[in-house]
Write a new protein. Structure first.
Length: 361
């Protein structure tokens, strides 16, 4: 087996400095009057003036500068951040805790934006995939400061999300499983599938070979995603070069040890990994292979259709994550160094969204 086929993204790129805490002072907070002056033109163009009743609600939200005009426009807030509304944004921001005021930044200097604005900028870039130069014009800050904020916050969010225990217990998975799923595949612990994120062609020949995907016919990074039957993202693997096969990524994952005996997993034909899970007494439900047979029995066809109807939910979750356009457009050389972090953050944010799997699915 070629070593290049198994090269992970973290092995072929330089490490980015992580966002850690320090004893630095709190970031400056813009007062409401300054915010109103700087946003006056944008508010007139985008939204009507809030009513008197809205003013009290605004004050209770603790307004920050750039999302000021979007708090009461859920559609626009969702368009800009990928989150349903400001309440969810505030919930995640509060969950991050006081560490947001004590970050050690990539370039070593404190940005002029408040922590909430920095979080908003990070989500804005994930959602829209706009260039740092473009965002510098939107947020009225230098391009270097945009880079400083995005790199720091992506590292920070990555470390915060990876500390979460996203793997639920067997009882919890079965309790929230859709009724039809629970009836036909009651032992299913996770539904897995792989997805690829496009890259711009690297300059080094070794990186070109390691990231070239014959399936996509271009350079990519590949990651393994697992969801519960209810549609919750429960597993995100390390990102690997596009030349790695699905089986190689699955072999390097921790899924064999994470599943309990007599559990089952569901996957597509590309994950022919029964031999990997057999020692752990874990069953793999995948569509049947034709091999040398000219036809399949009616029972096999019905079984494959049932598996396909259940397995499709993981593809829907992957599609939901790729509404963050940064995962759909080719990552440049700078962002490719953060590919593992960007993918993890984007899929982790899907945890906070409503499930796309119906309770009777």
């Amino acid at each position: 087996m070629s070593d290049l086929c198994e090269i992970g993204v973290e092995e072929i790129v330089e490490d980015q400095p992580s966002a850690t805490t320090s004893s630095s002072s709190h970031l400056p907070v813009h007062d409401v009057q300054t915010n109103q002056q700087m946003c006056s033109q944008c508010k007139k163009a985008c939204t009507p003036e809030p009513s008197t009743s809205d003013a009290g609600v605004q004050a209770s939200y603790g307004l920050f500068h750039f999302a000021h005009e979007h708090i009461f426009d859920k559609r626009r807030f969702h368009f800009c951040t990928g989150l349903e509304d400001y309440d969810l944004f505030k919930l995640i921001f509060d969950w991050l805790g006081e560490t947001v005021n004590e970050l050690t930044y990539y370039y070593g200097f404190q940005p002029s934006l408040t922590p909430e604005d920095q979080f908003y900028l990070t989500l804005f870039k994930l959602r829209s995939a706009r260039s740092n130069y473009d965002l510098s014009g939107v947020f009225k800050i230098p391009e270097k400061e945009v880079t400083n904020i995005f790199v720091t916050w992506i590292n920070f969010l990555y470390h915060e999300f990876t500390e979460l225990n996203m793997w639920p217990s067997r009882d919890l998975v079965q309790f929230y499983s859709p009724s039809d799923f629970k009836k036909k595949y009651p032992s299913t612990r996770v539904v897995i599938d792989g997805t690829e994120i496009p890259l711009k062609r690297p300059k080094q020949p070794s990186l070109q070979q390691a990231t070239y995907s014959t399936y996509k016919n271009r350079n990519t990074v590949k990651v393994l995603i697992g969801i519960s039957p209810a549609g919750l993202v429960t597993y995100i693997s390390t990102a690997y070069g596009g030349s790695a096969s699905d089986k190689q990524i699955c072999e390097r994952s921790e899924l064999m040890n994470m599943c309990d005996p007599y559990d089952s997993i569901m996957s597509d034909k590309g994950f022919n990994v029964q031999d990997l899970f057999a020692p752990s007494m874990v069953k793999v439900n995948i569509p049947e292979f034709f091999r040398k047979k000219n036809r399949m029995s009616g029972k096999s066809v019905l079984q494959d259709r049932r598996i396909a109807r259940k397995r499709v939910h993981v593809e829907r979750v992957i599609g939901l994550a790729k509404t963050f356009k940064i995962l759909s457009l080719p990552l440049d050389n700078t962002l490719s160094e953060l590919a593992d972090h960007i993918i993890t953050v984007a899929f982790s944010l899907c945890i906070f969204k409503c499930s796309i799997v119906h309770v009777d699915a």
